[in-house]
Write a protein that binds this ligand. Structure first.
Ligand code: ZN
Length: 538
């Protein structure tokens, strides 16, 4: 910064002038005493960058806190966390959330704005700079966001980002840190936020750190501090080695701590479905099918993204990723169903621990739904340590049966459960060492569970190391069972891998969540399978 610019900046600061670079004058709001509901609107309306904001006015005097997510499109935890935080209820001040600041980059999963030259691609360098008092934002996204922020005049700006490494272990990355200016008041909040998030970090090199060198020049937070006299910080998690649910949780813990320290919030930071929270209690039922999808240790492959995509495509459903720490908060009462995907059942069960396993059992016993796919299906069965023991089935050892496409065929009961209009013949599906279900045969006498019912059978064998697994033919491939007042469906193969079989996962979710009569549960009409088409062509 040159001397004159520096002097001018400090002059503006010390005089408390609010006419800032590139800003229109702020709106003068009329104070209101009745708690206003959340209002929402669009930033950059009518452009390809249009994105929603959510403005919650508690009706009580207090600070205005702005939360921004998704400025960099390849840092999804910030957008995810902001999308959850917008449902929090505040008791004082205003909470304004822009969950997805940079929609084109988020859609493309890129750091920069797709198709823009390098000089302007990084949105977090496009805001009015510190050493340029008359600087204007660069590019349409920065212009629209900056106008919005100038109108809002926030007291705090919290910008949620992610980095590739852990700052504590590798100083070249700002991942897992809070970047802020070294001033006494901000430092106090940062210290408490780090305390809250690090209480759950067991590996020392993954602990979150304070980076008091100040948010980057040209970034939104630095611009708001410099030109609008706001306070602010950039909050960074790390995508390396950490599932999205954990990074999202860390953002939630830190934002929650500062909101609590600002006396703005009374409920907790635990994971919730996207429903507004009433003070201090669980979210009210809103009729939607809220699915919690486990993405923690023991998951692998494309299960989590594929199942997320399936649920996002269901008009009545929402999906929220959860990990072991989330499950230990006992959040499931607010959800309709929980899904465990492929990977390793033992690793999943071990990672969540007995407390979370008991919470899942309580949830299903009380009427909740459980869908397990491959590893998640093993996890639902009995007789193995760390399993959920909800379905009276055991798996016939060894677990290695091969990875290939196999034929499965629905039973009459299965067609009924899945709401099928047509009677399909066998169809093929990807299989990867999923469980072979056998009725638990009395070896565990105190097991007080009803027998399972068969939704589909395997009709062709897999092959493992050249060995054809003949014994799996005509054994159950998909089963269902009641557990207390709730329902489980265990799916051994991977229908989520083929989008033409997504109906199987959708209908399973609706059935375990007791939504047979839901208008969204249409009876499925199957397309003829490729083999049948080939046969009729001859
Ligand atoms: Zn970033």
């Amino acid at each position: 910064m040159n001397r004159i610019a520096s002097r001018r900046w400090w002059l503006l600061w010390s005089l408390g002038l609010t006419v800032a670079a590139g800003c229109t004058l702020p709106h003068i709001g009329v104070p209101t005493r009745t708690p206003a509901p959340v209002t929402s609107g669009l930033i950059a309306r009518g452009t390809p960058h249009v994105t929603p904001f959510f403005h919650q006015d508690s009706g009580q005097p207090g600070p205005t806190v702005l939360i921004i997510g998704g400025i960099h499109g390849n840092e999804p935890a910030g957008a995810e966390a902001a999308g959850q935080i917008r449902y929090w209820r505040i008791t004082r001040g205003k909470l304004v959330v822009v969950p997805r600041a940079n929609p084109p980059a988020l859609a493309a999963n890129t750091r920069g704005i797709p198709g823009k030259p390098t000089a302007v691609a990084n949105l977090n360098r496009n805001f009015p700079r510190m050493d340029h008092p008359d600087d204007a934002p660069r590019g349409p996204i920065a212009e629209a966001l900056w106008e919005f922020v100038c109108d809002l005049r926030p007291d705090w700006v919290l910008d949620l980002h992610e980095g590739y490494d852990f700052h504590t272990a590798s100083k070249s990355s700002v991942g897992s840190s809070i970047i802020h200016f070294d001033d006494e008041e901000t430092n106090r909040y940062v210290e408490r936020m780090l305390e809250a998030v690090n209480a759950e970090v067991t590996e020392p090199e993954k602990r979150l750190a304070s980076v008091p060198r100040g948010p980057v020049n040209g970034g939104l937070v630095r611009a708001a501090i410099t030109h609008l006299q706001a306070r602010g910080m950039i909050i960074e998690t790390t995508w390396k080695e950490q599932p999205l649910s954990l990074r999202t949780r860390q953002h939630r813990l830190m934002v929650h701590r500062i909101l609590a320290d600002l006396d703005m919030i009374t409920h907790g930071p635990e994971v919730r479905p996207p429903v507004f929270v009433s003070h201090g209690s669980a979210p009210p039922a809103d009729g939607r099918l809220h699915v919690a999808l486990y993405d923690g240790p023991g998951t692998s492959g494309e299960g989590v993204p594929n199942i997320s995509a399936i649920i996002r495509g269901m008009p009545e459903a929402t999906v929220t990723l959860v990990g072991p720490a989330d499950l230990r908060d006992r959040p499931l009462a607010a959800f309709s169903a929980v899904v465990f995907p492929g990977g390793s059942a033992r690793a999943q069960g071990q990672a969540i621990g007995e407390e979370a396993r008991e919470h899942i059992r309580e949830f299903v016993r009380g009427g909740g739904g459980y869908v397990g796919i491959c590893a998640g299906a093993y996890l639902g069965t009995c007789r193995v340590e760390h399993y959920l023991s909800m379905v009276r089935a055991y798996h016939y050892s060894p677990w290695q049966r091969g990875r290939q496409r196999v034929d499965i065929e629905l039973t009459e009961y299965g067609r009924d459960v899945l709401g099928l209009a047509d009677r399909p013949g066998p169809f093929d599906v990807r299989y990867a060492n999923g469980p072979l279900f056998f009725h638990e045969d009395g070896l565990v006498p105190d097991l007080d569970l009803p027998p399972f019912e068969v939704i589909a059978h395997f009709r062709s064998p897999a092959r493992y190391k050249g060995q054809v697994q003949e014994m799996m033919v005509d054994t159950p491939a998909i089963v269902s069972a009641a557990f207390g007042g709730g329902r489980c469906i265990l799916i051994s193969p991977h229908p989520e891998s083929d989008d033409h079989l997504w109906w199987l996962v959708e209908q399973s979710l609706r059935w375990v969540a007791h939504r047979e009569s839901s208008p969204a549960r249409q009876r499925v009409v199957l397309a003829p399978r490729q083999a049948d088409l080939a046969a009729t062509a001859h």
